[in-house]
Design a protein around this ligand. Sequence first.
Ligand SMILES: N[C@@H](CCC(=O)N[C@@H](CS)C(=O)NCC(=O)O)C(=O)O
Length: 209
Amino acid sequence: MLNKFPILYSFRRCPYAIRARLALLVSKQTVEIREVLLKNKPVDFLKKSPSKTVPCLILNDQIIDESLDIMIWALEINDPEKWLETPNSEFDLINLIDHEFKPLLDKTKYATRFPGEDFYKNRENALKILKEVDERISDKNIYKNQFTLVDMAIFPFIRQFAFIDRTFFNSQNWKNLVNWLDLILNSQLFTRCQTKFKQWSPSDKPRYF
Ligand SMILES: N[C@@H](CCC(=O)N[C@@H](CS)C(=O)NCC(=O)O)C(=O)O
């Protein structure tokens, strides 16, 4: 049976799922949302998702298993705020955050899970990366005067880091990072993105996002 709307397996707090939902919202792509608990993944999700990670978007003819690919899929259909108008030269920031910053974020946020690690050194190294992001923000955004895919792809990870200790985060000598973060946090888009859904179960009526 063909689904009228794509199915998004999502987890509200997951930074990868947040970036995917932001792009789905801005591009006005309706999906059937299925909130997954990572400790209790539904059988249907485990069958369909190659990586068993969220977000995972199930289309009638395709499964998109990477958050950045979900963003691009949605924006290629409809990009009213021109998020795809990011020059390729800015994409290295996504790599930097996904591959170098994310492990340091985890080691700072979940320090007790990494007993052999030097918490202060990891946090310092994370801050060095954020310093680079801060310097790349020209006034309000990474690129020109508009938010693009790059801002939205890196935002959920920087948000997580900031909320480990918001006072500590805000007390750093940032030029633009706090304003940049607050602009997105206070946006209607982010508020809608964080709508709460209860854990999906196969007998539920579809819930749309
Ligand atoms: N490469 C994936 C990574 C997604 C990812 O790692 N998601 C985490 C949640 S934040 C997950 O599902 N982990 C699986 C688990 O914890 O079992 C993407 O960008 O979509």
